[in-house]
Structure formats: structure tokens, C-alpha cells
Design a protein around this ligand. Sequence first.
Ligand code: IVH
Length: 668
Amino acid sequence: MQPLPAQQTINSLREHLRHHEHLYYVLDQPVISDAEYDKLMRHLQELEEAHPELKTGDSPTVRVGGAPREGFTKAKHSSVMLSLDNALNEAELREFDRRVSEGLAGAPYRYVAELKLDGLSMAVRYRHGAMVLALTRGDGSEGEEVTANARTIRSAPLQVKGQDGEFEVRGEVVMPNAAFQKLNAERETTGLPRYANPRNSAAGSLRILDPSITAARKLDYYTYYYLEQGGPVFESHWASLERLQELGFKVNPRRKLCDTVDDLLDFIREWEAKRDSLPYEIDGVVIKIDSLAQQRQLGYTAKAPRWAIAFKYPARQAVTLVEKIEVQVGRTGALTPVAHLKPVEVSGVIVSRATLHNEDEIERLGLAAGDTVVIERSGDVIPKVVSVLEHGAQRELFLMPERCPVCDGVVTRAEGEVARRCINTNCPARLKESILHFAARGVMDIDGMGDALVDQLVSTGRVKNIADLYGLKAEELAALERMGEKSAAKIVTNIDRSRGAALPRLLNGLGIPFVGERTAQILADTFGPLDGIRTLTEEELQKADEVGPKVAAAVAGFFAEQHNQDLIERLREAGVNFDHVKKEKIEGTLVGQTFVLTGTMPNLSRDEAKKRLETAGAKVAGSVSKKTSYVVAGEEAGSKLDKARELGVKVVDETQMLELIEHGKIED
Ligand code: IVH
């Protein structure tokens, strides 16, 4: 075959990259892995190097990112947000060091090594100590204004003390792995598509029009840059990191000053080995010349600084064979195809299964049993299949079963839903999963009710629904496999204690579609006790915050079913708590009182103080008025304190506030 002319290959690569950039940067929905994207980009870069006459100003190689999405206003960056060149191995790192050394004409220099967090970069501006503007990177010179969203990120300070002028910080927004897993699990139960990895999830959560969603997503913001008038001000990068930390920004403590490439490599290898122990995903190590004078001396290429480089870790991918595809049945009856793999090691972990989510995913991948695939681990407990590398000689095309593989019950796919579900509510697989959910930590908290036990209880027919749990006796549990008398007795005690669980936990535990922890709390707070909820119409249910037609239909539908009604009656007979008492009524030493917080407290963060006050039943307001009961003033309290004095509102400090929370009054 004749090789294609370079121009044609370049055009095609550019098209591909633009397409994937759009999917990745604009829509937050990549369909190829980063490693594959990097490979395409490298290929294009090489071709452009070899054919400089074919370089253009609009090639993806000279651009830094994607265009801002409609719906957000754009704003110019104070100075361009550049990207970094990559080093993929030791040789490339040494080559970078050689260029640095040459550029500095033999003068001594040192590096700062920082973890390269895998999120999205964001610039935040402060004026008179207050956060006034937050921008995503966008195309590097112009970003999307996400101030309201950024303000919800707890690690991004809203106020910075002792900084009167204007300054800017830049850093990385990430979603910690734990938050990512929880979010995906929630999305799964509510029928929403999963996020591919924590980075996309962070991007999707920051660039969303409704900031309250960002707030619920537990994002984190790590800073690595301090600027004034678009440029750095400290004489060394290390000093600017320390300054950021002093100012109250989150700066990654996993960083190091390195004198030589070998020191850098030690740091790189150390964190590659410990990658799994970190609470967030990293994709490499960023290396910067420490001295600002030397950074200036080295300068920039068109795209990136000459004084910094990103050492990229290999993606945690591996190639293996899909031996078969099986279907699992979850507690909502959802059928999930799972790929059984020929066991393979992916950066230190043996992987033998990968989730395929649903049939659309299998179709998108073009996957069949017998194929050789690329799998990847990223932030998720279960690895995923990234792409099909080679079709097997013996391919077994996968078809979603028409009947449930566990109970042979009818399987349906509701309109607009990706998942197929087994609709037999007595399906043993569903039953097992729903009992595990009911007993889970944070739900009814029945410690000891694990997989092996539930398996036995369900397969012997001893437990046919959750109400049956309340009839279990210690003797019969003790007679089961892998059960001692002591643990049996403990479990029975735990079951007994769960009778008193708060109503939102029970509502969550019932496994009503779309009703998780938060919706359960809202339903209980709005309509509780249970007998007030179970009789509501869809229309009435929708009067609650955040309850739309879909949730309302699911709730009303659940309580309308005869066997669910029977279940509720049996739970009532078993003495399970159906009452609901709003928290503040129990613990409310401060019900009816309004507090305003100002300044920095010696021990508590503002969020923590707010939470404690609210738990005690108080309202926490943003501004002082005659109706304010107390102003809590910390160090460097501002105009709110003046206003309180002006209006004669009582002013207390942190200690007095804690006393108020405890006793509802301050002892003289
Ligand atoms: S410095 C001109 N430091 O990686 C300097 N970037 O490949 C640009 N990143 O766009 C960035 N951790 O989104 C820097 N400690 C760190 C970083 C970091 C993650 C990201 C950032 C940047 C990309 C560069």
C-alpha cells in the first residue's frame, strides 16, 4: 500500500483531534482514552516537525484547549494559561534537563517537582481579599466564567486576609476518588449515565449552569500559581507555593525541591508506586525551574514554557482477552453486563473483571466475547474496557437476555432509559441486593449483614423480603455456615437496633427508584412521618423541593403496589420506626435565633461553625440586621462587626458561640 501524502494524514489527524477535543473539552464526554488522544497528538506534532511548511495557526498542536460552551459568559485571562510539554520517559526528561542546562549556560539551578493532579485548571481572581472571578482555562486566552460554581468549592477560599490589592491564583480542580465513586453509584441508581473518570466528572461538575449541583459534588481545588497583574511576583516558585499556603489556599504537600534529574526521577518513581494510595487521580509529575529569574531567562516556545515539563505516567492500561460477557442483576433489577477477563496485571493489581455498564456501551465499543481489549483503571473500583484492539477468531456476539438470567422473569427497557430491568420484585438477585442495600452503613446500619450471610438467607428462602429480617433468631443464624454464636447474637442485636433508625434512612432503605439519601431526607422533612408520605398523589409529592415528575411517579407508584403495602404493614408490626422528628426540634438549643459570622475564628472554619449552629437549630445569615440575634466575630472581622455595633446586636467570640450551642445561653 502507498503511504498517504503527509498533508492528507495531517488533515485527518487534525480533524480527529478537533473532534475529540470537542467531545472532551466542550461536552465533557470523551470517547477515547487520554493515552489514545496523546498518541494522535504526538503523531501530528511529529509530522508537523518533519514538514514545517504544513504547519498552520489553527492546528490543534498550537491550541491549548477547547472553545467555551454556550451558556457561560467568557472572559479574558490576565495572561495566557499555557499548557506544558510532556516527557514520557527518562530519556525525554534527561533531554529536557540538557536543554535547560544549555539555556542557563552552566549556571546552577534547581527544580520543584509537584504531583500532576488529573482535573481541570482554573484561575481565580481576588480583589480586596474577596473572590471576584473564576475562569476555566477555555482556549488558554479566554475562559468560561464559573465564579458562582467556584465559590461552592470548599477548598477555594472566598476571603483572603491581608491582601488588599488584586491578585490571582491558578490551580487544578479535582474530584476525589471517593466522591467520584459515590457520585457514579448514585447516578446508577437514578438511571443517569456514569462519568468516565474523576476528571470528566470534575469538569462536568464545575461547568454546569446550576452552581448548587457543583456544591453537592465535593470538588477540591489545589493551587500552584500566584500572580499579580498576570505575572508571578516571588523570586522562586517554591516561595510562591509557600505564600499560597499561608494565604489559606490548598497546596499539595507532596512536592519536593530537586537538585538533579536523578532526584526528580526518585520523586517520580516514588509517587508512581504510591499512586493508588492517593485520594485523587494523578497522571504524572510537573517539573518547574524554581528560580523566577531563570524561568525568565529560559522563556517560552509558542505553546509552552521552556522552564517546565510534565512527566506523564503511562495510563494504567493493559491488554487482555474477554473470555465471556455475563449479566449481573442489581437491586433495582438493572441488568449490567460484565466482561470476564483473562487475568492481567494493571500497575500492581490483578484484574479479572471489567464493567460494561449497559448494552449501548457494548455496541459503542463493538465488543464481543473472544475479543482482545484495552482495559483501564482510573479512580473507579472496577476497571473499564476502553477499546477493542483486535477481534477474536471465535467471536460470540453479546445480546442482552430477554429474560432475567437469575429468575427467568420478564426484562423490560423503559423509554428513555439505558438500563434493562428485571421487573420481578421477588427475583432472588434483586432481593439479595436490596437486602444488602437496606442493611448498609449509612442506611439501616445492620453491621454484619454481609454478602455471604444474605446469600444463604435468600437462597434457603428464609428471607423473602426485608421485613423477614426482623423475625430472625440468633439460634437459626448461628446454625448457618461461617457463623458463630457470638456473631449471630451481635447481628440480631444490630437488627433490633435498626428498628429505631430515623425515617430518612428507612425511606432510602426501601429501595424506591430515584430515592437516595438526599431525596429521602427531603421527603421526610416535607411530609413525614411515613404515613403522611405513603398516601400522597404524584401532584402532592412534587410540592417538595427537588422532587420532579419522575421521582414523584416512582414514589407514588411504589406505595400503590399491594405487596409494598403489605411490606410496610409488616415493618410496622415489627416495630420499625415510621415517625419523623426534624433534627432541630430535638437538639435545637438555638431554634429561632439568627447568627451572622464574620472574620476568622481561632479553631473552627466558617463552614464548620455554620454547620454546628444549624445543627443546633439556628439560622445563619449573610448580613447583619436588627433581626440578627448574635454576630460571631473572629480575627479581622470586617464591616459586619461595625454594623452589629451600630445596631446594638450582641457580639460573641468562638468560645461564647460554642457555649450558646451547648446551653442556649451564655453563663455570666
Ligand atoms: S503548571 C505553564 N502545575 O497539567 C504552567 N499544572 O500539562 C502550566 N496540572 O494545564 C501548568 N497539576 O491543568 C501545573 N502542579 C501543577 C499541575 C498542573 C496539574 C495540569 C494543568 C495544566 C496541565 C499541564
